[in-house]
Ligand binder design. Structure first.
Ligand SMILES: Cc1ncc(COP(=O)(O)O)c(C=O)c1O
Length: 474
């Protein structure tokens, strides 16, 4: 992508609503979208993409610095190739099920995922989303313990502020209070431990002490609950919600040991982390631990079609089969849809051809170093992340590491930060995190090159230094 000039929404060709905007405000129920979008707030109607770039119907150009929703690993230039694979599959067999039957695309994709997964993770189940994948993992783990003669193991432990999806099981393991509390009572038995955010830990605490604190908390919670009541622990290798929370050294080795000691299964939610986001096919490899179940979605098909799933070992799977039901008692009409599997196979081929994992690994240090220049800004308190997934935490006082206003964090994000980012042509995530501070989250397509990284960081500087600085608190 040579042309780095963008037309920003401020230069929009027309401020009147188009037909599509009018219809969207009237008929489209948008996901997690504030009511102002149905009224008079700007509503971009995205109409095409190329590389890491998107255009709305008015011709405004943006960098997609969030890869859609953390999923468009290969960017927007391979729709035709993936579409051809889907078309071929549609002509041969547009639909069949994995309930009691198999078909070639699901078989080949399962074999491919097993080849890319950590050693010993050989059994693949397909779904159509991350929430369904986590739901499936919850049921697999429950059935595993029942088959082993331990039916009292029903509880799950997640981490504070973690996001695992919207369906009731996944939502229960979520640690996001705002998302949980209005839907309570949730599935009983979900508990939460601290996440790995270090920014507000005591200043003289070493990384080793932090790891020990986290592990002791997990261990003591399992003991307090009664190990024979705990089924599984759910963790992302790097937790996205809360702001790109990487694990401290030794953390996952310790979590693995605690789970083994108490007979608890460890589920790695890799819905965001897998398929190159951290430069590896699966991020548990990067952080040196072997889960019992890995859930995935998003990147496996670069978001081009809905597809998710979970991977487990023959040990877990065979235990489930040996139980009284003699089957994994779970299934989905669209799980392993032939067209979706064909799209994912084509996507993985493209990812290998473009060497996206290598691209992420070779640019990671450069990306992080460029983003760390933003720490010079008086209101950027912390930069966290790895691979192609970073978060900048904003504070009004660096000394206190907090946001104290006078503008409320939510108003700052909704009325200033988010519009300023869009106006600068940067589509990313801005939100208030669980500790009440604004976050900017960057997680671009994995094809982003250094020139585009430079463009992104420069635009963020424009937003922070020029557009926001003068009226940050007004
Ligand atoms: C870590 C994680 N798990 C699960 C999900 C749920 O995935 P989906 O929206 O496909 O249901 C998400 C979605 O962003 C996620 O980030």
């Amino acid at each position: 992508m040579n042309d780095m000039n963008i037309v920003t929404p401020r230069e929009s060709k027309s401020s009147a609503d188009t037909e599509l905007q009018t219809l969207a405000r009237k008929h489209l129920l948008m996901h997690f979208t504030h009511k102002s979008a149905y009224e008079d707030a700007p509503l971009a109607v995205i109409s095409r993409g190329e590389g890491a770039w998107l255009w709305d119907e008015k011709g405004n150009k943006y960098m997609d610095a969030l890869a859609g929703l953390f999923c468009v690993q290969i960017g927007y230039s391979h729709g035709e190739e993936i579409g051809e694979a889907v078309k071929r599959q549609m002509c041969d067999l547009p639909y069949y099920t994995n309930w009691g039957y198999a078909h070639e695309p699901a078989i080949r994709l399962a074999a491919k995922v097993a080849e890319l997964a950590p050693e010993g993770m050989d059994r693949v189940f397909f779904t159509s989303s991350g929430s369904e994948s986590n739901e499936s993992a919850i049921k697999l783990v429950r059935q595993y313990h029942q088959a082993k003669g331990e039916p009292t193991r029903t509880k799950f432990i997640g981490r504070r502020s973690a996001y695992h999806g919207v369906s009731y099981g996944a939502l229960s393991v979520n640690g996001m209070t705002n998302f949980r509390k209005i839907f309570e009572p949730l599935v009983p038995g979900a508990r939460h431990v601290s996440n790995t955010k270090r920014y507000r830990r005591p200043e003289n605490e070493t990384e080793q002490q932090f790891t020990r604190f986290l592990l002791e908390e997990l261990d003591s919670l399992i003991i307090q609950e009664g190990p024979d009541t705990v089924a599984g622990v759910f963790m992302e290798p790097m937790q996205s919600a809360g702001g790109s929370l990487t694990p401290p050294a030794g953390y996952f080795e310790g979590v693995r040991e605690i789970c083994d000691r108490h007979g608890v299964l460890l589920v790695a939610d890799e819905v965001i982390c897998a398929f190159g986001r951290l430069g590896e096919w699966f991020a548990s490899t990067r952080f040196n631990f072997k889960p019992d179940v890995i859930t995935f979605a998003k990147g496996i098909a670069s978001g081009h079609v809905p597809l998710g799933g979970m991977i487990t070992s023959d040990k877990v799977f065979n235990t489930v089969l040996s139980g009284p039901q003699q089957m994994y008692l779970h299934g989905l009409t669209y799980g392993g849809h032939p067209a979706a599997c064909a799209a994912a196979l084509a996507n993985l081929e493209i990812m290998e051809r473009l060497q996206v994992n290598e691209n992420v690994r070779s640019n990671e240090a450069y990306f992080k170093a460029r983003l760390s220049e933003l720490l010079d800004h008086p209101y950027v308190g912390d930069l966290r992340g790895a691979g192609y997934h970073y978060s900048l935490e904003m504070v009004s006082s660096k000394e206190k590491r907090s946001w104290t206003g006078p503008t409320k964090a939510i108003d700052f994000v909704q009325k200033k930060l988010a519009p300023a980012l869009v106006a600068a042509g940067v589509l990313c995530r801005s939100a208030v995190d669980h500790e009440g501070t604004p976050l900017i989250q960057i997680s671009p397509p994995l094809i982003l090159d250094r020139k585009e990284i430079d463009w992104l960081v420069d635009q963020l500087k424009v937003v922070l230094n020029e557009q926001l600085r003068s009226d940050l608190f007004s």
